[in-house]
Design a protein around this ligand. Sequence first.
Ligand code: ADP
Length: 307
Amino acid sequence: SIVVVGSVNVDLLAQVQRHPAPGETLHGTGGQMLPGGKGANQAVAAARLGARVTMVGAVGTDAQAEVALSALREAGVDLTHLAEIEGPTGLAIVTVAEDGENSIVVIAGANDAMDAGRVRAAREAIAAARIVVCQGEIPRDGIEALPALVTGRFLHNPAPVMELDPAVLRASDPLVVNQHEAGLVLAQLAGEAPDAPDTPAPTDPDAVVRALQAQAIASVVLTLGADGARVADADGIQPIPPAPVDAVDTTGAGDAFIGALALGLARGDDLATAARLASRVGAYAATGEGAQPSYPSADDTLPALQE
Ligand code: ADP
């Protein structure tokens, strides 16, 4: 089974032709309120594909909580370890421009309650899981409490990147990052401030992966958007081809990728096999609007990899 420890949000989507300049008011072309949050997205992605998933997270006491939980419930995710915290549910305000580029403001709300104490309260579920997944939308000490509780694999997606104990980064197996996040993680492992690295990150994907491996990270998945991904573990570095699609909205495509990766690893696939499935699921998610509503079920036909 899979345990996801992470954020549960509502995404407030605004479709626009272009992003507004500071101080400017624009007429949007559409708007929706949808369930989101990287943690919930990844849990829904795995569950919809058929995995047994438990969500460890928190929502607020507002009306948005039910929206935030709607797809988790529909997908059959175990919510026994979901806390209800007095105050607002996490909120992401997402502006989607016609070119498909997003800009996002995240308000943590109840996700801020997911500290080490609340994470440890779910220790039995965490210890029983084959795969434990986490991201960067809960407090630092909640994430740092995880490696000591995990007995399976720790699938760590440090997004957004925050300052973390390097031991937590090195406990990741795999560490899943895009190129931007990889640069920030490398800077941090080199002892530089994560938000203002002095050393430019390598741009060649293989060089990025090798640099992460040189930091004693057991396995790495580098996602490359429409270019697919790279995986690296004891078997070496392998390119994972993309599944070419006409992208409509890439919001949550990375989370769909991770949910599918977790499903593959939980059923015993090797990293490259799991990443090949993940690449197809990430591409599928890019063809529909929003995050969770665009995720495939086990019955949906996934796009083929470009071999
Ligand atoms: P993030 O959104 O976290 O930066 P990426 O953009 O790297 O993540 O996307 C994650 C994965 O989703 C990619 O590795 C790829 O498999 C898939 N993906 C994303 N965008 C596209 C696209 N335009 N075409 C095909 N696959 C895509």
